[in-house]
Design a protein around this ligand. Structure first.
Ligand code: BGC
Ligand code: BGC
Length: 823
């Protein structure tokens, strides 16, 4: 190897050769990519303090009394959207969850009592006295990642990025305690939180789920959050009332992926994995966190759900973790040699509980077969079951319910909302406050404008009521307030007033304008971005800020976002600029800090400091403080306050290289092909633009023989969209029946397959009938498409006469309505 490198010649070749020699002295990263060396990892001080001999004996005797079916069942978790309670009789699963879009009767706005009834329906079957069945309560999980945020009326806390800015571990514990009570009230006994990611690249759509880009805050928060949720655990005792199981996630390096790509690959050394990304795990384990979720992502090409060296040798071995490892949403299906319904490999690598939302049935059968024929060693299966039962027994309740179940007064309780409001206050970061624009005296008259002004949905972000957090109205937060409502209340209390203005116009000349704007809600990979520029090339918000400034009105910008973004033009156009992150339901916390008393004296000072570096350009992350080439606009730790004011000079408005925002999800809308996607016709098909309810919003396609219509663009990877259960939405009207079968495909080239017979779907309908069809992306995968290299997300082919008009083609998160087309 060395001679070849040297032959490549020059200084670079030599440097490379020396590097490789040096590297060979260390554990060999190059040859064993993705292999961890346990001896390099920290030990945890007292990982199993809650282990209790009597309980362990009980667990052993339970295991001895279980059938193989029951043991296998314990290792599988289904989603409520894909299993009926009575199915638990035949398939004795150990756990359930309500995923981002799952809800009782598919109603995400269901009453708390309906949620409790949902959980109870399953627990009752699990606890039935039946012959040959050992009644064991289910673990029932939910993503209570910023409060019990799926439930109407619950307290919605700021997302973690805001909490990181607060730098207040004591507050974190209080939030954990309040969240646990609200979750327990609805019958769940487990949350998939806290996220201990250290997001290093803010292009990542999950940046806001992380407390900080640096390990110190995460290390200080992990313990208090685990303790807040679970309470103190002790040998010989069950979990205290009002607490639930926590999940430290996503193990490991979910925030380290190259380019900030969700579910991507972290190409970093083991040293960096330990120093940065593992920072939160030892304290979480020391505090008793009973579960750890394996990350969807990979480390140097090896997916975590199959990485035995990390799950078994490091986490359970070296770090002494005694809880259980849960997989992520069908993540095991992504391992080589596995599918969502068959994956002994993940269990053998150390996953104890498969998250198999809709794949649980096939997975049960196949895991059972693998346990029977020894592909899963009995010892490993027993260990997985032991860990799961241990968590259940530590939780203690023999029926799976917290004593708080049914005490709905916990949801949105005044005490919890006060904690959330404090969290909002503490999370605000003041980037600019020229001329001491803030605080504003409460006797002032202001206008409040911007699309985030009176919008609790927007200020709450993703993982709120539904997975993406889209479509939430103020009425969906009966206990919350918008930022506008909070400002108005604070001003009216001091004799001032606030006028909500849609467009920045005003009747009476205001003393100041509050412009509240920012990112629209998103979750997971749907939030991945290509450019850090907020509203590339300017946009309505910048125009609004400039318009107000031109009128000589002092402008206060309140920026809502899940990450720092390049906003220099917006900052220049404002007198004061506040990063408010995603504050959640208690919008009034903003006014607590921004509005002073009648004389303009602050009631609360800013204490938020950036836990992420703010970018100075649109085309690259600013680097990190601990590295060289660190070039932020505002550094990690920056934040002005009333006590320590400063004037900010004009910032550069050069974004660097501009890149078009990535669009994987919208193909045809409002009569327009959405860049970079284009329509392509081949063979005997013609297209015309028609009015279909709006001017020129429809595209009519007429076949007169063999032909294809395709949406084409760059080759893209839609695997995550399929794993995330996204569905293709087609809004159409059949104009003339097809003479021959119509094939619909998501295609990756001639040999790649993925076509489904859509003849029934496109059967003629009474004239003028518009139909909307949702087809799960995964249907195309089942039909053979390789979703990792899609050249056309929508192709229609037929070989005779056929006419159809399309008005909409795009991907949407499935709310449980989509299916594969009837054959
Ligand atoms: C996410 C997890 C989440 C799980 C259950 C996954 O897609 O990565 O963070 O806990 O879904 O909703
Ligand atoms: C579910 C989420 C899950 C995601 C996986 C969604 O359909 O509702 O809970 O995290 O898929 O990517």
């Amino acid at each position: 190897m060395m001679p070849r490198l040297l032959r490549r010649g020059g200084r670079r070749g030599l440097a490379l050769a020396i590097f490789m020699l040096l590297d060979a002295a260390l554990p060999a990263f190059a040859e064993e990519a993705g292999t961890a060396h346990p001896e390099l990892w920290p030990k945890t001080a007292s990982p199993g303090a809650f282990i209790d001999a009597a309980r362990e004996t009980k667990i052993a005797s339970l295991i001895a009394s279980m059938t193989l079916e029951e043991k296998v069942g314990q290792t599988i978790q289904a989603d409520v959207s894909a299993i009926r309670p009575e199915e638990l009789r035949r398939y004795p699963l150990g756990a359930l969850l309500a995923g981002g879009n799952s809800a009782p009767g598919r109603n995400t706005h269901a009453e708390p009592a309906a949620w409790l009834a949902l959980v109870k329906a399953y627990q009752d079957v699990a606890m039935e006295a039946r012959a040959g069945h050992v009644p064991i309560p289910l673990l029932f999980g939910v993503d209570a990642v910023h409060g019990h945020s799926k439930i109407v009326g619950a307290t919605v806390f700021p997302h973690n990025i805001g909490l990181g800015a607060a730098r207040d571990p004591e507050l974190i514990r209080l939030i954990g305690e309040a969240t646990a009570k609200e979750v327990a009230a609805t019958g769940f006994n487990w949350t998939f939180a806290p996220t201990l990611a250290i997001p290093r690249d803010i292009h990542w759509g999950r940046t806001y789920e992380g407390y900080s880009e640096e390990p110190e805050i995460v290390a200080r928060y992990a313990g208090p959050m685990a303790l807040g949720l679970q309470g103190e655990l002790a040998a010989g005792q069950s979990m205290q009332a009002g607490h639930i199981l926590a999940t430290a996630k996503h193990f490991l390096g979910d925030g380290a992926t190259e380019g900030g790509v969700d579910q991507g690959d972290a190409r970093i050394s083991e040293h960096e994995l330990i120093r940065l990304h593992n920072a939160g795990y030892p304290p979480a384990i020391e505090s008793g966190a009973l579960s750890v979720m394996a990350s969807f992502s990979s480390w140097n090409g090896v997916k975590h759900s199959g990485n035995k060296t990390l799950l078994a040798d490091v986490l359970k071995g070296r770090m002494g973790f005694e809880g259980f490892v849960v997989g992520d949403w069908n993540a095991h299906g992504q391992l080589a040699g596995c599918t969502p319904t068959d994956c002994p490999r993940a269990l053998n690598a150390g996953v104890d509980l498969f998250m198999a939302p809709d794949s649980w049935k096939g997975l049960f059968e196949n895991t059972l077969a693998a346990a029977r024929d020894g592909r899963i060693p009995m010892e490993r299966l027993d260990d997985a079951v032991r860990r799961i039962l241990r968590a259940k027994l530590v939780f203690g309740a023999s029926d799976g319910f917290s004593p708080l179940a049914g005490q709905f007064e916990n949801l949105g309780a005044a005490a919890h909302r006060a904690i959330a409001r404090r969290a909002v206050r503490e999370s605000l970061v003041l980037l600019k406050n020229n001329g001491a624009t803030l605080p504003l005296r409460s006797s002032a008259h202001v206008i409040v404008t911007g699309d985030g002004a009176d919008n609790i949905g927007k200020q709450s972000g993703g993982w709120t009521l539904n997975w993406q957090g889209l479509g939430n109205a103020n009425a969906d937060f009966p206990n919350g307030q918008s930022i506008y409502t909070g400002l108005r209340a604070a001003l009216e209390a001091g004799g001032g007033s606030a006028e909500l203005s849609a467009d920045g116009e005003f009747r009476a000349r205001p003393d100041a304008a509050f412009v509240i704007f920012g990112e629209s809600p998103y979750a997971e990979f749907q939030g991945d971005i290509d450019t850090l520029e907020f509203e590339a090339g300017g946009g309505p918000n910048l125009a609004l800020l400039r318009k107000l400034k031109a009128k000589g009105v002092p402008v206060v910008a309140i920026f809502l976002s899940g990450r720092p973004l390049w906003t220099n033009p917006h900052i220049n156009a404002s007198d004061a600029f506040v990063a408010a992150w995603l504050p959640g339901s208690e919008g009034a916390g903003v006014a607590d800090v921004l509005i002073g008393d009648k004389d303009g004296r602050a009631r609360h000072d800013f204490r938020g400091r950036l836990s992420f570096s703010w970018p100075s350009r649109a085309d690259r992350v600013p680097g990190h403080q601990s590295e060289g080439n660190y070039a932020p606009q505002f550094a990690y730790g920056y934040g002005l306050s009333y006590a320590q004011p400063a004037e900010l000079a004009l910032l550069s408005e050069d974004p660097g290289a501009r890149r078009e925002a990535r669009n994987l999800e919208r193909y045809f809308l409002n009569g327009r092909e959405q860049a970079p996607w284009r329509f392509q016709l081949s063979g005997a098909v013609a297209q015309t633009t028609i009015d279909a309810g709006a001017q020129e919003n429809g595209r009519r396609l007429d076949w007169s023989g063999d032909g294809a219509f395709a949406v084409t663009g760059p080759v893209v990877d839609l695997t995550r969209q399929a794993n995330g259960d996204m569905a293709l939405v087609v809004r159409y009207r059949v104009e003339a029946a097809a003479a021959n079968p119509v094939l619909l495909s998501v295609s990756c080239g001639p040999q790649c397959g993925g076509a489904i017979d859509a003849s029934k779907l496109f059967a003629p309908s009474p004239k003028d009938e518009w139909r909307i069809e949702r087809i799960k992306l995964s249907c195309f995968r089942s039909a053979g498409a390789d979703l990792s290299r899609i050249a056309s997300p929508f192709t229609l082919t037929t070989s005779g006469r056929f006419s159809i008009t399309l008005t909409e083609l795009r991907l949407v998160p499935d709310e449980g309505h989509a299916d594969c087309p009837p054959r």
